[in-house]
Write a protein that binds this ligand. Structure first.
Ligand code: ADP
Ligand code: MG
Length: 296
């Protein structure tokens, strides 16, 4: 069938919804009547109408893709840059974090390592960066290191480690939280090392650790594997040192101070009210009124 025979043939407009569904164009389906009305009223050429519909389809497709990727990322809700208080982390400049959130580093498979004490905001910051990367179209997976290690160890027992690692290749970034809590792998080769070696220079890892590198020997089977793992991780890496007081503890301390202050304010107000009442005692005015009533 040529283009000209196609145009002379009657077109079944009623079949349009079914055709759009078959073509997987849900946004065309949703918006075409409103846009057609606009096109008719404003006299758009057919090409403009078609282009407007294609734009809507692409934009909504992108939104749906980001929502899907956010769901698969398992990133905890609410840990975003919008809710991150940069003043609480003076050693890590906002501009540096924003550059990491733009995501060029994941294109080359570089890594990000956040080391600091508990409550310093490592999880929040890495998740916030992960969240921003999903919004730029990258695929991210957040996991506690212990959970992933257990999953990979189970896969190894089933002789399916290679396949399990392969499935993780689709993620531009894997966030391994709390690496220090990962159990030492009793087997000769640690699954965690396998993961690090496989992703080296191709796919990024972001790691949160409560302990400095010197204590990582607890995570890997022996010193040689520990050195080899750290060597690969830090070769192309941004390392954020986050040794600040626990945000939780500071927030709790602030709340206590605020409570004490508010209690003090309430007591002050009470004292002021009492003083006011002594200046203008309620009883007096009633007595005055009663006196007046008697006079009248
Ligand atoms: P870590 O992973 O270093 O132990 P978290 O990221 O879990 O610390 O932070 C502990 C709590 O404090 C979380 O609820 C987190 O959202 C909050 N928090 C930590 N740092 C900040 C910050 N700079 N701004 C806002 N919230 C923060
Ligand atoms: Mg944490």
């Amino acid at each position: 069938m040529t283009a000209s025979t196609r145009t002379t043939r009657a077109v079944d407009v009623h079949a349009l919804p079914a055709m759009l569904t078959a073509l997987r164009l849900p946004s065309f389906h949703r918006h075409w009547t409103a846009l057609a009305e606009c096109a008719d009223t404003e006299g758009w050429p057919a090409a403009r109408f078609l282009a407007a519909l294609a734009e809507v389809e692409l934009a909504e497709r992108e939104t749906r893709r980001i929502q899907r990727h956010l769901a698969e990322s398992r990133l905890p809700g609410g840990k975003t840059l919008a809710t991150f208080d940069f003043k609480a982390l003076p050693g890590v400049p906002r501009a540096r974090v924003e550059a990491l959130a733009a995501g060029d580093w994941v294109e080359t498979g570089a890594n990000l390592i956040a080391i600091g004490n508990s409550g310093a905001g490592k999880t929040h910051l890495l998740c916030a960066i992960g969240h921003a990367l999903v919004e730029t179209g990258r695929r991210v997976f957040y996991t506690r290191t212990t959970d992933l290690v257990q999953r990979l160890q189970a896969a190894r027992r089933d002789l399916a480690l290679e396949a399990a690692l392969g499935k993780l290749d689709k993620y531009d970034l894997i966030i391994l939280d709390d690496i220090g809590y990962a159990q030492k792998d009793q087997a000769e080769t640690s699954v965690l090392f396998e993961l690090i070696a496989r992703r080296y220079e191709t796919r990024s890892l972001a790691i949160a650790a409560n302990q400095p590198f010197s204590a990582w020997e607890r995570v890997f089977p022996d010193k040689a594997v520990t050195v080899a793992a750290i060597d690969r991780l830090v070769h192309h890496a941004t390392i954020l040192e986050m040794n600040v007081d626990s945000y939780r503890r500071r927030a709790a301390a602030d709340r206590t101070t605020a409570e004490i202050n508010s209690r003090a304010t309430t007591t002050d107000n009470l004292a002021d009210n009492l003083a006011d009442n002594q200046d203008h005692p309620v009883g007096d005015s009633l007595a005055e009124k009663a006196e007046k009533d008697v006079i009248i």
